[in-house]
Write a protein that binds this ligand. Sequence first.
Ligand code: AMP
Ligand code: GLY
Length: 424
Amino acid sequence: MKLLLVGGGGREHAIAQALVKSPRTEKLYCAPGNAGIAQIAECVPIGVMEFDKLIAFAKEKEIDLTVVSQDDPLCAGIVDAFEAAGLAVFGTRKNAAIIEGSKAFSKQLMKKYGIPTAAYEIFTDPDAALAYLETCSYPVVLKASGLALGKGVLICGTKEEAQAGVREIMTERKFGSAGDELVIEEFMQGREVSVLAFVDGSHIALMTTSQDHKRIGDNDTGLNTGGMGTFSPSPFYTPEIDAICKEQIYQKTVDAMAAEGRPFTGVLYFGLMLTKDGPKVLEYNTRFGDPETQVVLPRMKTDLIDVMEACMNGTLDRIDLEFEDNAAVCVILASGGYPEHYEKGKKITGLEKFDEVDDCFCFHAGTKFAEDGSIVTSGGRVLGVTAVADTLIGARARAYEAVQWVTFDGAYMRHDIGSALDKI
Ligand code: AMP
Ligand code: GLY
């Protein structure tokens, strides 16, 4: 088959690796890709929001399947556009991608169908939001309803902080139109787990679990980022928790979307908080997580193309989704200064060492080729170094060994990815 993958981050590098592993893949294109993806696919300089150009390319190259797993194009209707052009595409249609695109929608969905989540209120008027803050207990969580690159969530310890947050999001419009609606919700405490699942409109097949580390600093300090590292599986996700989630969350969400006339097809990401009152949904995403994918897909045994086709054909119940009985840890190497100001164009050295081993992968996120052919940084999160081993502790040790092989000027990483594993 000829495939086109849309996107160019670490998640897409991991998806590309799983796609080229399939014996069904003859040729993989990636738009726009990055310097790492270019080693296993042909990258084409088309942006993820350039739907007309992507469709023209897919027609010209007679692409059999296009794969999209990035929120912006999905929420803007890339799947609908490809389908209207008669092209096969894996991803979520616009009317279902709203489950990520509007937190107000997803909260109302959960309330309507009795899916456990934090208590909340929705506001479109800043004065009403400010008045509500007088009645809240603290900390409280403010969320810009729309897409904000994972940065539109503020955890406010005091009323004063929350008042400033409401002004930032709604009045100063720090996240643009994403802040036209504001969700104010109860602060929950507990361990986070990410559960990714394939969905075909009515059936759901769960992938293995993982845990992300969202804050920039060690011991979960500092600003929220897109994710600084992951491990999989999560040992905190017990069979008891799994049973509760299966009863109260997963299939119920898929059925709720179908009942709303928004059948969900693609990858549904459940961000869960394991609270003392049971698991609750923090957020839904309409795509593979980043950097969760970098620890989940290297452990998947089932052919990714077979699963994607089953999602598109409504036959996911006939797929036996299997994962290796092993573990993986991913450590992100970021540009110094991320998630605020950082410099680009730093030369990356040591990448070739990954060609010599088969238990470690260096997934590229923000990289590109310089004019002299060398590979340089081009984003905040630059590389995701993943190690696979028999155990989580073994995978973590190997990932921290492998991350020493590569470097660039100002490289920054967290040193405590998976440190919670020591407590079990
Ligand atoms: P979200 O984009 O909704 O997943 O929020 C980003 C991060 O903020 C989550 O991964 C949590 O770490 C934190 N967060 C979001 N909502 C809450 C909540 N209600 N209580 C505590 N932490 C939260
Ligand atoms: N790692 C969080 C996300 O993909 O949204």
